[in-house]
Design a binder for this molecule. Structure first.
Ligand SMILES: Cc1ncc(COP(=O)(O)O)c(C=O)c1O
Length: 426
């Protein structure tokens, strides 16, 4: 027995779902130490939107290392940092007419959320922050306080000055959750203090792939303006093209006060996080939100190279095609298994499959893994199967994944509902 068998803490989780030792990776595929291949439709929980070890990023990284580029730079100016900022302005912000300052935070999504909450409270001098039912914003104490799922709260961690309100669709598709929020904000006796900020995911990825409508997001944005509340969009998982456009809120035509990005911003899996801040609220004192790892040269280098995808309009066109293919194939899957009660939701290259019995998806994830595919569950009861293929996956890879998914549902059906199968055969 080696140390790896007993040293790893109980807190590990994905190694339990995928109990093999991974070794290499390329594009949409992971390989374990025996050389077995796995199609990866989980991609580091959305940290690898362009797949594993994307060749152009690898080249940029190797060149940077070979010339002795600065690897750790705190927040000092480095060539790599400046190159990323220039490219981000040129390819992402300027063409969209967006005016934001960029704050590099500590390299995790949670740290960027912490910074966003701190800044909103500092600027507005209000303490309450509103978050939504089924929200996930990370697990450090501040971020955890706006994360909804009870699984992550054992009662010992304080939820500092936060309140949860219903997300779009939470009360059924006809209920107007914004009207409820407006009532809370206008009624001086509602018990709710005027909040510093509202933090929202346009698609709740961990929460079960719940998609907010553009109309709802627009309404939320105007409500924030009306009451002087800062709007924070957490685009950590569904930004960087996951829903189609670079920012997930683009299609709603809103401009949040703070945008939180992490996961796929470095493009290559390097830890990196940043907040985009409306200039008027960039009221930090120098070093007020600091951290040792806010200037990783490798991450800046691959992040700048990743933006090359967005400089090419063909990338977005192809992404749209891939999204339509995925959506159509998923609808076929839904029709193929009427007895499993599957429903499909999502946008761009993030889709969730819910089934009438939560166990179906839990078993399907295991069946997929046995057939060489990595997918994960999400949602309050971990009953929604989430698909996050690479944005640049080929049609063959997408069809391969859907084929494995179909075979897996078939296996689940045969194991759990032999009577239904027999009835269908008659
Ligand atoms: C929307 C969202 N916010 C915040 C986080 C936390 O990011 P990290 O795990 O890097 O702290 C995640 C991670 O899954 C996320 O999906």
């Amino acid at each position: 027995m080696t140390a790896s068998h007993f040293l790893d803490s109980e807190v590990r989780s994905y190694s339990r779902t995928f109990p093999v030792v991974f070794d290499r990776a390329c594009g949409s595929f992971l390989y374990d130490i025996s050389g077995r291949r796995y199609l990866d439709f989980f991609l580091g929980a959305g940290a690898l939107n362009y797949g594993h070890n994307e060749p152009r990023m690898t080249q940029a990284l190797l060149a940077y290392i070979e010339r002795g580029g600065v690897m750790h730079g705190l927040d000092m100016a480095t060539r790599a940092r400046n190159a990323f900022l220039d490219r981000f302005h040129e390819v992402i912000l300027a063409p969209r007419g967006l005016d934001y300052r960029v704050q590099f935070t500590g390299p995790t999504g949670a740290n960027a959320v912490e910074a966003a909450l701190k800044l909103a409270r500092k600027v507005t001098r209000r303490s309450t922050v509103l978050a939504f039912t089924h929200a996930y914003h990370g697990l450090s104490l501040g971020a955890l306080s706006v994360t909804a799922n009870r699984y992550y709260h054992d009662g010992s961690s304080p939820r500092s000055a936060t309140a949860f309100v219903p997300y779009d669709g939470y009360l059924g598709k006809d209920a107007d959750t914004l009207a409820y929020l407006r009532r809370l904000l206008t009624d001086g006796s509602s018990g709710l203090d005027h909040p510093a900020a509202i933090i929202v995911e346009t698609v709740q990825a961990e929460g079960g792939v719940n998609v907010a409508s553009s109309q709802w997001l627009k309404g939320l944005s105007s409500l924030c303006r009306e009451f002087g509340i800062l709007l924070i969009v957490d685009d950590i998982q569904v930004g960087c093209g996951r829903t189609g456009p670079f920012f997930s809120f683009e299609s709603a035509g809103i401009e949040p006060d703070i945008v939180v990005l992490s996961k796929s911003i470095s493009g290559y899996g390097f830890p990196m996080a940043l907040n985009l801040i409306r200039p008027a609220i960039d009221q930090w004192k120098p070093g007020e939100h600091s951290g040792t790892f806010r200037g990783n040269g490798a991450a800046f280098t691959t992040a700048a190279a990743a933006l090359n995808f967005w400089a090419d309009p063909a990338f977005s066109t192809r992404l749209g095609e891939a999204s339509r293919l995925l959506h159509n194939e998923l609808r076929h899957l839904q029709e193929r298994f009427p007895d499993l009660g599957l429903s499909v939701r999502g946008s761009g290259m993030i889709f969730g499959l819910e089934s009438s019995s939560p166990d179906t998806n839990r078993q399907a994830v295991r069946e997929c893994f046995e057939r060489g595919m990595i997918v994960e569950l999400c949602g309050a009861e971990r009953s929604v199967l989430k698909l996050l293929p690479a944005l640049n996956a080929s049609n063959e890879e997408l069809r391969l994944g859907l084929g494995i998914l179909g075979a897996s549902f078939e296996a689940v059906r045969q194991k759990t509902a032999p009577l239904a199968v027999a009835a269908e055969a008659r």
